[in-house]
Design a protein around this ligand. Structure first.
Ligand SMILES: *Cc1c(COP(=O)(O)O)cnc(C)c1O
Length: 395
């Protein structure tokens, strides 16, 4: 069976009620059949659920599905994507270790690396999106223990060559940790390129409908066991309710991603032809500087498109306010199209030079392309571009 079939058919064991859809195990704890069993469960001579901070059938079902989709041995689900990112670092790094990371990271991942784990003596080096193999090689120190990256990045849509980093990590015995949120397991499987750990914000495409928060780390058992220990005792556990929602959503992930990607490509192509849009970036447009790499490591271009408008925040503001269908929100990965101006919102706290290094200009707009009819979307965006041009800002 193909993994998509297996993932769709993966479900908690049928109860005596013979339900078809998976039940929700909304329980904080589990009972012991005897005092002896309680002892055995705690001694780990018997496997089973004890308490939902440690494990829960609804949460395990979600983990099992993601493991299938990412071709990973094991995983730990967390309350949010950031809890997964943090746990993957805190459980495996110690004082004195060094982490190598791509500069283009989700804002909170940047804060964890530069403000939180740095307090515990974990140092870091950032590499730019266009860093060569030699640059990465030169940045490895005897203390380097992990490489952490996102590809495609948020919001720059820069790619990192997963195969190149996979080889580097193997050569230097480094833990290769990838945030695969933007691509989702439907478009890219980092383990195919040697990743040891894959983290996700399940809040985005895994839910895909803007309802619940969640996160997960999947990967090699030798690392996951330390992350499980860390989460069991520090408590960033995923709620069984959220797991139940997310698990069902995974059954339509591939289908949703196909439509997200075809809509995104069509919208990007239409806006690229528009004379009043300065720049359009999308990994599966031939104009993307890393288009060849995108085709080599992704099945499709994803659902995020960025555009740049001339005329500063006033123009951006006129454009965003003229949109009739797309929502203005800082989230992404929803059935509904969402538009964000990273400069003034998600990335507002970065210093001017940091914004510059990441290509976050005032006129940059991140579009999380949803599942609406593509003709309606093209019309909405084209109309908003035209209204914003007429708004006499450019004169
Ligand atoms: C949203 C996001 C996160 C954080 O996930 P939360 O579920 O909001 O904690 C991490 N990485 C990327 C790429 C994201 O888009």
């Amino acid at each position: 069976m193909k993994k998509q079939t297996k993932a769709i058919r993966t479900q908690t064991k049928k109860t005596q009620y013979r339900e078809h859809s998976t039940p929700l195990f909304l329980t904080s704890s589990f009972t012991f059949e005897s005092a002896e069993q309680g002892k055995a469960l705690f001694e780990e001579t018997e496997e089973g659920n004890i308490y939902s901070r440690f494990s829960n059938p609804s949460v395990q079902e979600f983990i099992d599905k993601v493991c299938l989709l990412e071709d990973c041995e094991d995983g730990v689900a967390t309350a949010t994507g950031m809890a997964a990112v943090f746990a993957s670092m805190a459980a495996l790094l110690k004082s004195g270790d060094h982490i190598l990371a791509s500069r283009a990271l989700f804002g909170s991942a940047h804060q964890i690396i530069t403000q939180i784990i740095s307090k515990w003596g974990i140092t870091y080096t950032y590499l730019d999106a266009d860093a060569s193999e030699a640059d990465w090689e030169a940045a490895v120190t005897p203390d380097t223990r992990m490489v952490y990256l996102e590809t495609p990045s948020n919001p720059g849509l820069d790619l990192v060559d997963l195969e190149m980093i996979g080889k580097l990590c193997k050569k230097h015995n480094l833990i290769f940790n990838v945030d695969n949120c933007f691509a989702s397991p439907a478009l890219q499987n980092p383990v195919d390129f040697g990743a040891d750990l894959v983290v996700h914000s399940a809040t985005k495409y895994m839910d895909g409908q803007g309802r619940v928060l969640g996160g997960i780390v999947v990967g090699k058992e030798e690392y996951i066991k330390h992350i499980r220990f860390f989460c069991r005792h520090t408590g960033p556990s995923m709620s069984p309710f959220n797991a139940w929602v997310l698990s069902k959503s995974l059954e339509t992930l591939e289908l949703r991603m196909e439509k997200h990607c075809s809509n995104a490509l069509a919208l990007a192509s239409a806006l690229e032809k528009h004379p009043d849009v300065k720049l359009v970036k999308y990994p599966f447009l031939a104009s993307h500087p890393q288009h060849e790499l995108a085709k080599a490591q992704m099945k499709a271009g994803g659902a995020i498109v960025t555009i740049e408008l001339e005329g500063g925040f006033e123009r951006v503001s006129a454009f965003m306010d003229a949109l009739e269908i797309a929502s203005l929100s800082s989230n992404l990965g929803d059935t509904r199209t969402i538009v964000t101006n990273p400069f003034t919102t998600t990335h507002a706290k970065l210093k001017a030079d940091e914004k510059l290094a990441l290509g976050i200009t005032e006129g940059l707009i991140r579009i999380s392309v949803g599942l609406e009819d593509i003709e309606d979307l093209i019309e909405d965006f084209t109309n908003a571009v035209e209204v914003s041009v007429k708004s006499d800002i450019l004169e």
